[in-house]
Design a protein around this ligand. Structure first.
Ligand SMILES: Cc1cc2nc3c(=O)[nH]c(=O)nc-3n(C[C@H](O)[C@H](O)[C@H](O)COP(=O)(O)O)c2cc1C
Length: 300
């Protein structure tokens, strides 16, 4: 009932793990797969190991989180070993893998993509991290750089390539159009929203990086609007992400135009959330007597 096909890939359900949460090792990906995710997305991996920003890197704000982890990751060479071990196990569970990658320029993106594509079903281009200096944010906020990176990776690999967009722009359609013109296969929207939390006693920002990316409950309306706009303007599959905690949240994204959703912050609170969200989507489809495919974009 929840099966969905995107770019000829059959997913057992449309509720996926988002990048950056529980995706740093093969074991953590498998753990999430066991909890029922239709696909798992890796932490964003670069060519070189990256320590990320200094602590504090996370501030909890109720059901939202402000993070400036700064893309800490072991680099593709070491991460390949994780993928080698995890891939056969994930395959047995029929859980698809999305490989998130980043780089400072086209060459770095291509080098990582070429390794990543051996293990994954989709490559997700993180051109949208708001707090990694000189990397993601600059690319995804600039139409020309977006085009260059998307085109370079698209020409270099044979698996579908999705561009993960940042909401931190004036005109999302301008950026999306550059990615579309570079012939990418789909969009992932959204990455975190730039924000700051100040400690009123210390009278300073709490994060070492001063500002970070806001995720969780607070950003859902921003994500839903962007997915709605993307669906209105492009005929490409969209994976919706931002503030999904339950079936209703996911359904809003489907109605806006997403073919699948990813869950990040909510997983940090409850690893088992995938089964719960799937059950709630099923219940809605039965009550409304509709198929998943039918509700995609139905709010338009
Ligand atoms: C702790 C943390 C780390 C993240 N790391 C990444 C990352 O490495 N790559 C990426 O594309 N997005 C990263 N994100 C963004 C999420 O994938 C997602 O786009 C965003 O958090 C919105 O979804 P959510 O509200 O369900 O968390 C991270 C988010 C959090 C909270």
């Amino acid at each position: 009932m929840l099966e969905i096909e995107i770019k000829n890939i059959k997913f057992k359900n449309p509720v996926f793990l988002a990048s950056g949460i529980m995706g740093s090792t093969g074991k953590s990906l498998i753990r999430i797969a066991k909890n029922g995710a239709g696909a798992v997305t890796t932490k964003s991996i670069g060519y070189y190991p990256n320590k990320g920003h200094k602590n504090p890197t996370i501030v909890e704000l109720g059901d939202s989180i402000l993070n400036a982890i700064g893309l800490s990751n072991p680099g593709i060479e070491e991460y390949e070993e994780e993928l080698k071990k995890a891939k056969p196990i994930l395959e047995k569970m029929n859980t698809k893998i999305i490989g998130s990658i980043y780089g400072k320029d086209e060459e770095e993106f291509i080098k990582v993509a070429k390794v990543m594509e051996k293990y994954v079903d989709i490559i997700e281009l993180n051109i949208s991290c708001p707090h990694a200096k000189g990397y993601g944010a600059t690319i995804g906020q600039n139409p020309e750089l977006t085009y260059n990176v998307c085109r370079a990776v698209k020409k270099s690999v044979s698996v579908p390539v999705f561009a993960k967009l940042t909401p931190n722009v004036t005109d999302i359609i301008e950026i999306a159009e550059s990615a579309y013109n570079a012939k990418i296969d789909g969009f992932v929207a959204i990455n975190t929203v730039r924000g700051m939390k100040i400690d009123i006693k210390a009278k300073k920002p709490i994060l070492y990086n001063k500002f970070g990316g806001l995720s969780g409950r607070a950003i859902k309306p921003i994500g839903v609007k962007i997915v709605y706009d993307l669906y209105e303007n492009f005929n490409l599959p969209i994976i919706g992400v931002g503030g999904i905690f339950n079936g209703e949240d996911a359904i809003e994204y489907f109605l806006a135009g997403a073919s699948a959703v990813q869950v990040g912050t909510a997983v940090m609170k409850d690893y088992n959330i995938f089964k719960k969200i799937c059950e709630e989507i099923k219940k809605y489809l039965i009550e409304e007597d509709l198929k998943l495919k039918e509700i995609i974009g139905m709010a338009h």
